[in-house]
Design a protein around this ligand. Structure first.
Ligand SMILES: O=c1ccn([C@@H]2O[C@H](COP(=O)(O)O)[C@@H](O)[C@H]2O)c(=O)[nH]1
Length: 477
């Protein structure tokens, strides 16, 4: 059989734990589980499908653990382990079986898909084992079809009674790492405080399941409201913005990309009741002047919204200091929110923060872009998230296409929004408010031409307000 799936350098258990933490597959904080129990730790290994290299590393490590066992086929526990089992099956030429969650209501009505003979031995593949119930359910379905199950392999053994429960049912559990391994690797790497290590250790010890105990299967963190998040924000600008969003029932940012200041002010006055923030490109105005800034600030007070200058700073720290504070636009005198590319490294954030010292200004980092073929993807996006998390006194969130961080204080704002999906002639791609907020977990929609290009911008803004807010409410329920 082949040695391993294509991978530049094989992962170790330690490097994999660090990778899983960096992609938010393991999170620490305060989570309310579906069962109502408060947990300081949450694993969401489903995110792996967006990180193929991590999936390959996981599949290789799992394979290494069971390569000396005897089995004829592999069966991943639905759903998270399915793609992992598929990778293992395809690269080692071992047939795979799929266990349906429900039997088909027509045709053969069978629960197990794939070709097998009675008495074949099948290895179960799972991502996380807590009590062992999910592995056991899969084993029972396989056994009911005449397939033997003697072993199962899992990435993470949460040490909550799973191996014992499976052993009581004659299944040996092989695991790559335990909860204790996760704690020790992450605390040695400085990714967890000693207090959090203590909290998680205590939580695990107090939540062990007995072999015959029934446990709630699915656990999901509670989605926080904008108001709940406002109370968790330390930055005054994100707090203000979240409060406006909750009060005005809007997560809509108007991108006022017109070229005359009067036109911009008229547009903002008309749409003001429907927005939480206006986004400007000061350098595209033909007649930018101090009077314009004064009037825009008056409108922001009248309608209660923030002002975001979409300058996209992208130079070394020393240069952005001058671009932000000086020039014709003197952005630091009037913007509540600004943004920056991270292509120069963390220095751009430090330069901007120097100017913002003592002022109420928050910075968004451009972690992803809406335009076709852009380069803000993969590792670039991940490093950007890291820079944001390391600068909570200044960075309040991201320009992005989906939720990137589980930190409730970081806001996710998505441009490229229209009521229908599509693309313009210059590569701008559009998603719907429903897709952005409900499905991708972003917080805020940024809309330009969908509003100012409409025959009735006020009505268009109202429609986007409703669509965006309804999508947020749907996410909460
Ligand atoms: O990735 C990005 C980053 C910024 N933008 C800006 O948002 C608006 C979108 O305008 P539409 O008319 O709704 O297309 C515009 O100001 C861009 O500069 C973006 O589109 N994508």
């Amino acid at each position: 059989m082949a040695a391993s799936i294509m991978s530049c350098s094989p992962a170790t258990t330690e490097s994999l734990i660090i990778q899983l933490h960096s992609i938010d597959a393991v999170k620490f904080g305060d989570f309310t589980l579906k069962s109502g129990i408060q947990s300081p730790v949450y694993f969401d290994l489903r995110v792996m499908i967006s990180h193929p290299k991590v999936m390959v590393d996981v599949a290789n490590l799992l394979w290494g653990k069971i390569s000396s066992c005897n089995f004829k086929s592999l069966c991943g526990v639905p759903y998270t382990a399915l793609p992992i089992a598929t990778l293992m099956s395809a690269s080692h030429d071992v047939p795979m079986l799929i266990r349906r969650k429900e039997a088909k209501g027509y045709g053969t009505k069978k629960l197990i898909e794939g070709t097998f003979s009675e008495g074949d031995v099948c290895m179960i593949v799972e991502d996380v084992v807590s009590s062992g119930s999910s592995v056991l359910e899969t084993a029972e379905s396989l056994q009911a079809a005449g397939i033997r199950v003697t072993d199962a392999v899992v990435l993470l053994n949460r040490e909550q009674g799973g191996p014992e429960k499976l052993a009581a049912n004659n299944i040996k559990l092989h695991s790559i790492f335990t909860m204790n391994d996760v704690l020790s690797v992450l605390s040695s790497a400085g990714k967890m405080s000693p207090e959090m290590v203590d909290r998680v250790t205590k939580y695990i010890a107090e939540n062990k399941f007995k072999p015959d105990q029934q446990v709630p299967s699915a656990v999901k963190p509670k989605v926080l409201t904008y108001a709940e998040r406002a109370s968790q924000c330390t930055h005054s600008v994100s707090r203000r913005l979240l409060k406006i969003m909750e009060q005005k029932k809007t997560n809509l940012v108007l991108s006022a990309d017109v070229t005359k200041s009067k036109e911009l002010l008229d547009l903002v006055d008309k749409t003001g009741p429907h927005i939480c923030m206006v986004k400007t490109h000061a350098d595209t105005l033909d007649d930018f002047c101090d009077d314009f800034v004064e009037k825009l600030k008056q409108l922001s007070n009248k309608h209660n919204f923030l002002i975001f200058e979409d300058r996209k700073f992208a130079d070394i720290g020393n240069t952005v200091v001058h671009q932000f504070s000086g020039g014709v636009h003197r952005i630091s005198d009037w913007a509540d929110v600004i943004n920056a590319h991270t292509v120069p490294g963390a220095g751009v954030v430090q330069g901007l923060q120097k100017v913002a010292q003592g002022k109420d200004i928050g910075c968004l980092l451009i972690a992803e872009m809406s335009s076709a073929g852009n380069l803000a993807t993969g590792d670039y996006t991940q490093v950007t998230v890291k820079i944001a998390e390391e600068n909570p006194d200044f960075v309040i969130g991201f320009i992005c296409l989906s939720k990137l961080s589980s930190n409730p204080a970081l806001l996710h704002m998505t441009p490229g929004v229209q009521l229908k999906e599509g693309q313009d002639a210059l590569g701008q791609r559009y998603l719907t408010p429903q897709e952005v907020i409900s499905n991708r977990g972003s917080d805020i929609i940024i809309v330009g031409r969908g509003i100012y290009g409409a025959s009735d911008p006020t009505e268009a803004a109202r429609q986007f307000q409703i669509a965006g807010y309804d999508a947020y409410l749907a996410r909460l329920s």
